[in-house]
Write a protein that binds this ligand. Structure first.
Ligand code: HEM
Length: 472
């Protein structure tokens, strides 16, 4: 994908510059970092890295694990004590380096989730200043919430499985591994890598989308380029012949290809079943991801960030949903491009999808904002063109996205809804006389997603929104 620079002569301005420089979207890896992300912070922040290593090595267990042993509870208590006693490290020297800030966010977020989720369920969630203040400061610099995000677990959390021979090698769907995990299980790694593979396979769509937008609507070509709008508009107007018959044919071709790539994304999604066991995922991996608002069968536990009274530069966070692939820019891009409108269901409240955008890396969010600047240009173009072939190609792309969401619902049933029912049943059987009613009532409440949504209704709604984009 190319953009145009803001300096130099017009000739210079026409020279392509990778979008990575403006939006962190790479021509070969899309939203994924084009090079393996930093695996360890420099010496000055070694205490954080060591604390994280200690949690993983000690195999810390969830505080609400059924059958948690006394030894396991004692081990996590000891680790939390050490985490609380860590010195409050300054983050000033991380400023200005996205690479360092991203690793710092990842390390602190994993420590934070280890801390919160290993607490006994009846203890208040109070995050010590040694963790709370640095993660708030780093998150403020990155402009994302202070907890684990999709970018921590997927986009900036990979390495090559086998070191490539060439210097400038890019990750491929079968030569990647995950760097940092809670459990180091194959199941956790494969859960992350399922999304990684989808991000990589989807890169082709980004390029096809760019050329389609170039041909359908001048304004979006400019939005994608994002700089020196007026001058570019003149240059682009001179050069782009908008919406002729050949363009219609070409766009139909791009859309057919896009539909095929979305089919591949669906296959990659369903493929998660090969190596990620649903029960392990639900009971052992997923609970570590919980944010403040994602407790399925329990009252919401308020997260308190300690030390705010001594840190005037940061404030208590308002967004504390756990990581979700709902934060994948790839799916949002497809929605915007094809004209799927996820309007808010509650008036005055942002939709889940727009809330999830605040968890994306700042530059990716900017990229989506540019795309959104002109709503539904492709869809309107298809309506206006009144061309059967184009309409059929557009329909097959929207249907492919709907089928991706059908497959996603199958996966959610397999990995969340089903195991949740079984877990509730086991909890019910094991609960002592006084607790029975509580567990029973909670288990019949609507199931919540990692992002705190009422799961089944929400997923059905997003699927309905997708079909609504179809042109009758
Ligand atoms: C085992 C694999 C997966 C499970 C268990 C899963 C589970 C969920 C859950 C529970 C939600 C509800 C929203 C929330 O509260 O987080 C959700 C939403 C979502 N997930 Fe997944 N997910 C999986 C894989 C993926 C992958 C690989 C992608 C694509 C990169 C994806 C994309 C989305 C999107 C875009 C949403 C927002 C709703 C929508 O657009 O339909 N998911 N997922």
């Amino acid at each position: 994908m190319n953009i145009t620079t803001s300096t130099g002569s017009i000739e210079d301005r026409k020279a392509p510059l990778p979008v990575v420089h403006v939006f962190d979207v790479d021509q070969r890896t899309g939203f994924m970092a084009p090079h393996p992300p930093l695996a360890r912070l420099p010496e000055a922040w070694e205490i954080w890295e060591a604390m994280l290593d200690a949690a993983v090595a000690a195999k810390l267990q969830l505080g609400d694990k059924i059958d948690l042993t006394d030894e396991e509870a004692a081990a996590s208590k000891e680790w939390r004590k050490k985490a609380r006693e860590m010195p409050l490290l300054p983050v000033g020297d991380l400023s200005g380096s996205a690479v360092l800030l991203r690793r710092a966010h990842l390390v602190l977020a994993y420590i934070l989730h280890f801390y919160v989720q290993s607490l006994p369920p009846d203890e208040p969630v109070s995050i010590p200043p040694s963790i709370s203040i640095p993660i708030l400061r780093v998150s403020k610099e990155l402009d994302i919430p202070p907890l684990l995000t999709f970018s921590d677990t997927v986009l900036y959390n990979w390495d090559f499985r086998v070191a490539p021979d060439v210097d400038d090698a890019v990750p491929t769907t079968d030569n990647i591994r995950t760097q940092t995990m809670f459990t180091r299980t194959v199941d956790e790694e494969q859960f992350y890598l399922c999304s990684t593979r989808i991000e990589l396979r989807g890169v082709e769509i980004l390029e096809l989308m760019r050329v389609t937008m170039d041909e359908t609507f001048v304004g979006d070509a400019i939005a994608l380029r994002g700089v020196e709008i007026l001058e570019l508009m003149r240059v682009t107007m001179d050069e782009t012949f908008v919406g002729d018959a050949i363009a219609v044919r070409r766009i139909a071709g791009y859309l057919e290809t896009i539909a095929g790539v979305i089919d591949d994304l669906k296959v990659l999604l369903l493929d998660v079943q090969r190596l990620c066991n649903p029960e392990v995922y639900y009971n052992v991996v997923r609970p570590w991801f919980r944010g403040e608002d994602s407790y399925e069968f329990r009252e919401k536990r308020k997260w308190t960030f300690e030390g705010l009274e001594d840190a005037a530069d940061v404030v208590a966070p308002t967004e504390l949903s756990g990581p979700s692939a709902g934060q994948s820019s790839m799916v949002h891009v497809l929605d915007i491009f094809l004209g799927v409108d996820h309007q808010a269901t509650t008036p005055g409240k942002p939709s889940f999808m727009s809330r999830m955008q605040s968890y994306m890396p700042h530059n990716h969010r900017m990229f989506l904002d540019h795309l959104k600047a002109n709503p539904r240009p492709l869809r309107n173009f298809v309506v206006d063109a009144k061309d059967d072939k184009l309409l059929a190609a557009y329909t097959s792309a929207v249907k492919a996205l709907k089928e991706f969401r059908d497959a996603h619902m199958i996966i959610v049933t397999l990995y969340v809804t089903g195991p949740a029912r079984r877990a509730a049943k086991i909890a019910l059987e094991k609960s002592v006389a006084g607790g029975v009613e509580h567990v029973n009532a909670a288990a019949s409440a609507p199931l919540k997603g990692t992002g705190g949504t009422d799961l089944v209704k929400f997923l059905k709604d997003t699927r309905t929104r997708t079909t609504e984009a179809l042109i009758s």
